[in-house]
Design a binder for this molecule. Sequence first.
Ligand code: FMN
Length: 154
Amino acid sequence: MHILLAFASLSGNTREVAMLVRGRCEALGHRVAWLDVDAGDIALALPADPPALCLLGSWTDNAGRTPAEMKDCVAALRDRFGLPLPFPAAVFGTGETQWGEEYYCGAARRLARFFHSPYPVLEIEQMPHGAADTHAIHHWTDAVLATTETSTTC
Ligand SMILES: Cc1cc2nc3c(=O)[nH]c(=O)nc-3n(C[C@H](O)[C@H](O)[C@H](O)COP(=O)(O)O)c2cc1C
């Protein structure tokens, strides 16, 4: 499958998760377009053709909010492909429970709601630590890919 992986990362935690997700997708033979939304003009970096699947990753800003750069990415996706998106979106995020359960990974939860994501949200506390987090990331990626492949083939 052709997959778009777009992420926002202020200090590197979400980028680390994104790298593990990309590695897993590529190991399973998928083509991943990598989009760091902080790196420049998002509209220019978006692929012209719709991908089979979009993976969105974000850190969470103050009190459960979506960072501005990720909001720009959402607007660019809307402008390029229309809403609802003609492909599914799966969302992962990093956050810190010290902000309170209601705000923990709030951006990832908001994005999943906004795009009516049919997948569970992957939530990682700060950066991925050790085998348990790596396993959770691989398990989530595998489940998203398997569900998408099942729903796009007959
Ligand atoms: C100003 C600020 C506000 C934050 N607010 C929240 C929050 O409401 N909920 C949360 O889960 N994490 C919050 N965090 C924590 C970050 O989302 C978390 O450290 C994340 O892993 C950072 O990811 P990054 O390294 O990819 O930028 C906040 C961090 C900062 C700097």
